[in-house]
Design a protein around this ligand. Sequence first.
Ligand code: NAD
Ligand code: USQ
Length: 389
Amino acid sequence: MRILVLGGDGYLGWPSALHLSARGHDVGIADNFVRRAYDLELGVESLVPIASPTERIRVWRELTDREIALFHGDLTDAAFTHRMVEEFRPDAVVHFAEQRSAPYSMIDQHHAVYTQHNNVVGTLNLLYAIADINPDIHLVKLGTMGEYGTPNIDIEEGWIDITHKGRTDRVLYPKRPGSFYHLSKVHDSHNIEFACRIWGLRATDLNQGVVYGQETDETSLDTRLATRFDYDAVFGTVLNRMAIQAVLGEPLTVYGQGGQVRGFINLVDTVECIRISCENPADQGEFRVFNQFTEQMSVRDIAETVCRVYPGRCRVEMIDNPRVEAEDHYYRAAHTGLLELGLMPHLLSDTLLGSMFGIIDRHRDRVNLDALLPEVRWRKTAANLVSGR
Ligand code: NAD
Ligand code: USQ
């Protein structure tokens, strides 16, 4: 298949592009490299050094004799997005290219508006490009489990059958997300479902849980193929951060009571889910939703597991929760769709955590300790009410 990976320079996009290429697909990646610019803005860097986009592609070509096309541009630029889809003529487009940090979206008004504009407008431009150029193109869109929030009933895969006053219907599962970033994903989901219903497009919305891990079979072939690994309080996600905090001898930061339960997935399984979704497309006109995670854990469970496995001294600290979220709640989310299509999960294990500790230890000197503690607060303050810039 010809597969275009949007956001192909990011944490997940790059290893997914390599995985698809290794499986024999013709891959193109597109990115505006804004993720590298956020690093400059926040004064941090990926824990593991990453090569430039052109060097990554060159190394992959030298190792495998496989070509990856590169499109440098911004999805919010409608003309660029249209041109790229027209030129590459993909069978599937995997869309990772969004601002993906909840804390970044909550810094202030400017960052909230930027996040929703970037994410919602980029996706709309893509929907128009696909509808104009070839409605057969299968859109594989990265959504998030956080779209659902933490409802007091079981979470289904995207859709729910409800009976109300004696009548029954199948509707999109109700959403109650926890940040302006997560809200941008809800808006995307609605726009995509609408495009499938009205224009007959086909799409798979992958409501992914929190990803952890840094290596895949492909990225570990050469250090210059490494993907990024974020540890800071804005872009670092909880399991990666806790593994890094343990190795650095810093306290593991549990926000609030730590009873927050989330779905988690290993990077190795993420790239497989992308391959599986592309190779098993949604039907024409179908808005298909998979909940893309393999196990659910509380933040406290993660801290305890990391401390149990880490061979050195390890300390957990419960700090004031900078977010507004339930810390003790019901959580049970369906996630059978991808398993039925053949996903073989790699669950969190002592070996897996051990290999993460090894990677972290090799790069420990690159950490900016000042970036570890959360500073962005969900509640309104003078700093985040109006634009801080
Ligand atoms: P990332 O920030 O590392 O990668 C996103 C890439 O998209 C970056 O390289 C960035 O430069 C690019 N990008 C952003 N806006 C763009 C635009 N307008 N035009 C072109 N390129 C643009 O993020 P990631 O962790 O790889 O996440 C990828 C996707 O997966 C996101 O949509 C995110 O919401 C979703 N997701 C991530 C996780 C996770 O734990 N990392 C979990 C669930 C869902
Ligand atoms: N948390 C801590 N301590 C930390 C960091 C986080 O207790 O040091 C808690 C948070 O309060 C939250 C949970 O851990 O309850 C998850 O936080 P996170 O930063 O790991 O993940 P989140 O903000 O939800 O966002 C990440 C990705 C996002 C993706 C989402 C999947 O950045 O792109 O959409 O995970 S999900 O959580 O399923 O919505």
